[in-house]
Design a protein around this ligand. Structure first.
Ligand SMILES: [Fe+2]
Ligand SMILES: [Fe+2]
Length: 235
């Protein structure tokens, strides 16, 4: 099972907190384990290599997978005749869950895409984090039944989520984020196969792909894309 790698791979505290107690010192690798080996300072050899100048579609192929939930949500938005900005927001709304960090995923996802999309798109991705917990009868959005199963009937959002909801409700782009929650499929639809290539044109028109590749382009989010490329890099 534990194939011995050339390099030593150490997971970030973030991936392990809970399984381990980060307040307790971790023992360094044993002499036998570290003899003649260095720490990994590159992409993890267990992952598929990414192209030198990766595109958003490459991330879907090699790091965000399988992202059927995102593809199906975007497909539904397209089928519902929604604006391309909404389709893109649906396609990207949970990329943090699929490729980076689950907790506060709307915020992480918005930050990842901020330099590359219209402000309205990243705003909607951020706001869906809160809006999905609150019904809106005017558009037929109910509290997702799946959440009752997933979080229990006594779950209530944290106060910061409630405050975010209150702010979003009065925002001029409220409906964009609301449409993300409306097209967010809470159930996996078996048999509906959607390919990321189906969205090539919409991505091309609405996502400013840097020619150097995501992660190599010196924006405020480049380091986050690089971490997705090489999540076990030692430093
Ligand atoms: Fe989400
Ligand atoms: Fe979602």
């Amino acid at each position: 099972m534990s194939r011995r790698l050339d390099k030593m791979v150490v997971k970030s505290a973030l991936y392990m907190s809970g399984d381990i107690d980060p307040s307790v010192p971790r023992p360094p690798p044993s002499k036998a384990e570290s003899a003649g080996r260095h720490y990994l300072m590159a992409e993890d050899p267990r992952l598929k290599p990414m192209p030198k100048a990766p595109t958003l579609i490459d991330f879907f192929r090699y790091r965000f997978g399988p992202a059927a939930h995102l593809l199906q949500s975007a497909r539904l938005a397209l089928k519902n005749g929604l604006d391309e900005k909404v389709v893109l927001a649906c396609l990207l709304h949970d990329i943090a869950v699929f490729g980076l960090i689950r907790a506060d995923h709307g915020y992480w996802g918005a930050q990842l895409i901020e330099p590359y999309v219209d402000e309205e798109v990243s705003w909607a991705v951020r706001a869906h984090q809160a809006l999905r917990f609150y019904p809106d009868a005017s558009v037929g959005y109910e509290y997702p039944e799946a959440y009752l199963r997933m979080f229990g009937s006594d779950y209530a959002p944290d106060p910061y989520i409630d405050a975010e909801y209150q702010r979003a409700r009065d925002h001029r782009w409220y409906m964009t984020a609301r449409l993300v929650t409306l097209n967010d499929l809470y159930a996996f639809e078996p048999g509906v196969v959607v390919d990321i290539e189906d969205f090539t044109d919409i991505i091309g028109r609405n996502f400013k792909q840097p020619k150097e590749g995501l992660g190599m382009d010196n924006t405020s989010a480049s380091h986050m894309w690089r971490t997705i490329i090489a999540p076990t890099k030692f430093l």
